[in-house]
Design a protein around this ligand. Structure first.
Ligand SMILES: [Fe+2]
Ligand SMILES: [Fe+2]
Length: 174
């Protein structure tokens, strides 16, 4: 574990884990927000989570599908799990769209949003657990430093900036 990569080259697996923590924080914000509906500030908070999910979480799932999973498919033991996780990403996209649609309504459907918040929690709890307990450790074991560096580059390109500096800003990260 020795290397501290906070300031050095980005570790793509750490980036994916951090992204999971931010998602968990946003799901907690959503639970709180839907309990406060129909107050306008609660609806505003729901909309912020919807925006985060449709932009940042969608990009996280592209990182996994386009950058991480293809590098692990040669591992026959892991392949069925990767296919399952990809199928779950398709189900997540439907939940994201549902959240975005419900959040747009100026007279929010509180019970619909509360139910959706619970479904998002359920969907992500197990999904993240599987990725962090099985996929990321397998990637650590199988991938070389060069693989990890190439992954970090792909992920940063997806964020619209090159490998240098950056990352300090509030909204752009993820
Ligand atoms: Fe995933
Ligand atoms: Fe993930």
């Amino acid at each position: 574990m020795g290397r501290n990569d906070e300031d050095g080259p980005k570790d793509p697996l750490r980036m994916l884990e951090k992204s999971h923590r931010r998602l968990a924080e946003n799901l907690a914000l959503l639970r709180e927000a839907v309990a406060g509906l129909p107050r306008p500030e609660a609806l505003e908070a729901v909309r912020e989570v919807a925006e985060f999910v449709s932009r940042t979480v969608a990009r996280h799932e592209r990182d996994e599908e386009l950058t991480l999973f293809p590098r692990l498919r040669a591992d026959g033991d892991l392949a069925p799990l990767l296919a399952e996780l990809e199928a779950e990403h398709r189900a997540h996209e439907l939940l994201h769209q549902e959240l975005f649609d419900l959040a747009e309504d100026d007279r929010p459907n509180a019970s619909g949003l509360q139910d959706l918040s619970r479904r998002l929690d359920a969907a992500y709890e197990r999904h993240i657990e599987l990725e962090e307990s099985r996929v990321f450790p397998a990637a650590r074991a199988a991938l070389s430093e060069a693989d990890l560096a190439a992954m970090a580059e792909e992920m940063q390109a997806r964020r619209g900036r090159g490998g240098g500096g950056g990352g300090g800003g509030g909204r752009g990260g993820g």
